[in-house]
Design a protein around this ligand. Structure first.
Ligand code: FES
Length: 120
């Protein structure tokens, strides 16, 4: 595994229709979240395009009740899980920031350089 990669979790820990938050920079707040939608894993920065606040209402709860959309609980924006496109709410037409990841063995691995830019 390269030295600048960040292991988030095992891939099988991101279940279909569910999401998980992560704090890879050890800030005490989840700055990244992952979800699985129709079998595909997507990873986004945990920052709403509307006011740059975190989206979840509590730990690991980023999705609508039916698991089919990402929800920002500040003002109710909704996003498509596979593209991050906002389809409802004050940031309609904007997108969540997708993060590049890859699988190494059975692990979900994020490139650290993406987060350093985010933290500054
Ligand atoms: S901060 Fe997300 S919808 Fe307003």
């Amino acid at each position: 595994m390269s030295h600048d990669a960040i292991v988030l979790c095992r891939l099988d820990e991101v279940l279909e229709g569910q999401s998980r938050g992560f704090d890879p920079l050890d800030t005490g707040k989840d700055s990244v979240f992952a979800l699985r939608h129709e079998g595909e894993v997507c990873v986004y920065r945990n920052s709403c395009p509307h006011l740059a606040v975190r989206l979840e209402y509590r730990k690991d709860r980023f999705l609508s009740v039916d698991g089919r959309q990402i929800v920002c609980y500040a003002h109710g924006a909704r996003f498509l899980p596979d593209t991050g496109l906002c389809v409802y709410g004050p940031c309609l037409g904007e997108r969540l920031s997708a993060l590049k990841w890859h699988a190494e063995a059975d692990w979900l691995v994020l490139e650290a350089g993406q987060l350093e830019a985010y933290a500054s």
